[in-house]
Design a protein around this ligand. Structure first.
Ligand code: HEM
Length: 474
């Protein structure tokens, strides 16, 4: 019995080995089309799984940096069954995201598309995408955002106050998620009745916790629960939409829902499903990203006491000017704090790379990116390249006294799919810091430090902290 088992194992390994060799050879020699371009250097790893194990068994940054060092700025690999070309130069990022964006479509796993909703703008290209993007951009324009300052402030204050009970340990990331969720709801709906907000929140969290789970349709699994919660979210949103239509509240409001309901293109309106998918899409895009950046800002300020003092001084001076009620103009004039936010975004590079897929065979600098392959500009590698950011691993906000070179700093992406929520993300982060440093004190709990990926890079365990109101503050 043991002998048979060993025989089967040997046979299996030999088959894997020869398939691997065959595919390696094919990758080198197959003339993909008429072009003389060749595939970029790199290793495709094992058949099917490619280099997924290597990627997930180590810090993904080490994985990509090691590859860049070995193969240069363009290399191929295979992840989760998908052949990919990774691009680590500013020019290549511009090529994929801006100048030749029509040759690369955004690509997401179907399991995630089902949870968000297939009509959400970031799954699309072309006319539908542009139309929705304009509407979303309008609700997130500076003109709309300036009216939100007092409301975001109120949310920041009540969030921080909830942390100060009896020295309880809080998970910074989770708390920042709650805050960015509330800011998202405010931006999308303006004033929303509290029972509807609670219902949205309850179901949204179920969708959120199933988002990165194994996409199984078996009842009881996290993913299946998330799908059911997504269905309920759709019904709640339809209820809100019909109420808005009935009350004819749409015309005068500038929130996202009103922008979406107001749209009339050639007599055609957006369907309720299109509106619902885009609302959930914006909530998703807005939340973990912003919460991650805010968590890193807290971490860096905690680790750099001198810098924290400078930020405090800047914010306290602002606080004195207006007795604690931040104005829009003040949020636009926080030079030190603003640089801390930019540097935190560079260091953390929350979106390490965007997902694109070549819609045709594409040639770049003599290399072929075959149709159907993923093409991923590596933002993180660019943000950590010493040529553009000297001593890249050092937290140094003053480097932003000089504007970075074009296409070297892309925390919000670039081109037609660049983040329309960038100003809101910065605004809520600045308001949160203002209230944190002027009236409260944070202490990180535990000595463990490190980074976890889930999938965004986060301080270990979401950065547990204790928070106190400073005795001198009113
Ligand atoms: C610090 C926080 C944030 C970061 C780092 C971030 C980053 C990004 C990046 C890199 C992209 C481009 C993805 C791609 O090219 O595939 C993107 C797209 C997007 N972001 Fe953000 N984002 C943040 C906050 C927000 C907020 C607050 C909102 C909305 C309120 C938002 C809404 C969106 C939307 C709707 C898209 C898709 C745009 C399109 O496909 O045209 N994001 N974001």
């Amino acid at each position: 019995m043991d002998g048979t088992f060993a025989y089967i194992i040997v046979l299996f390994l030999l088959t894997l080995f020869f398939t691997f060799k065959f595919l390696q050879k094919r990758n080198r020699t197959t003339p993909w089309n008429q072009t003389s371009a060749k595939l970029p250097p790199g290793s495709m790893g094992w058949p099917y799984i490619g280099q997924t194990l290597q990627l997930y068994s180590q810090d993904p940054n080490v994985f990509f940096f090691t590859k860049q060092k070995r193969y240069g700025e363009i290399f191929k690999t295979k992840i989760l069954g998908c052949p990919c070309v990774m691009l680590a130069s500013p020019e290549a990022a511009r090529f994929v995201l801006v100048t030749q964006a029509h040759l690369f479509k955004p690509t997401y796993p179907k399991s995630k598309e089902r949870l968000i909703g297939p009509c959400a703008l970031f799954f699309h290209q072309g006319e539908y995408h542009m139309r929705l993007r304009k509407l979303i951009q309008r609700s997130l324009s500076l003109h709309s955002l300036r009216n939100l300052v007092p409301h975001i402030q109120a949310l920041a204050i009540s969030t921080i106050k909830s942390w100060t009970h009896d020295g309880t340990i809080i998970n910074t990331f989770k708390e920042m998620k709650k805050f960015s969720f509330e800011v998202g709801i405010l931006t999308i709906f303006g004033n929303l009745e509290s029972h509807l907000r609670e219902e949205l929140k309850k179901n949204y969290w179920i969708v959120d916790s199933g988002y990165n789970s194994f996409p199984s349709q078996i009842p009881g699994t996290q993913y299946k629960k998330a799908l059911l919660a997504r269905k309920r979210l759709g019904s709640i949103l339809k209820e809100i939409i019909s109420e808005r239509k009935e009350k004819k509240l749409i015309e005068k409001e500038r929130d996202l829902l009103s922008c979406l309901l107001n749209w009339k293109g050639e007599g055609e309106k957006l369907s309720d499903d299109e509106i619902a998918d885009n609302i959930i899409g914006v909530l998703f895009a807005a939340q973990d990203t912003t919460a991650t950046v805010m968590t890193w800002v807290v971490k860096y300020l905690h680790d750099e006491p001198k810098l924290l003092e400078c930020v405090k001084a800047e914010q306290k001076a602002i606080h004195m000017e207006n007795d604690g009620n931040l104005s829009w103009n003040q949020t636009r004039n926080m030079p030190i704090t603003n640089k801390v936010v930019l540097e935190s975004m560079r260091m953390a590079s929350v979106i390490s790379f965007p997902f694109r897929e070549a819609v045709a065979d594409v040639e770049y600098k003599g290399f072929l990116i075959p149709k159907g392959w993923k093409a991923m500009p590596l933002f993180r590698n660019i943000h950590h390249n010493p040529e553009f950011f000297p001593e890249p691993h050092k937290f140094n906000p003053s480097r932003f006294e000089v504007a970075p070179k074009p296409n070297t700093f892309m925390p919000f992406g670039s081109g037609v799919h660049a983040c329309p929520g960038n100003e809101l993300a910065k605004l809520e982060t600045l308001i949160m810091i203002h209230h944190l440093v002027t009236k409260f004190r944070l202490e990180v709990v535990g000595r463990e430090s490190g980074i976890q990926y889930g999938p965004f890079p986060l301080p270990l365990n979401g950065l547990p902290v204790r928070c106190w109101r400073e005795s001198s503050s009113s």
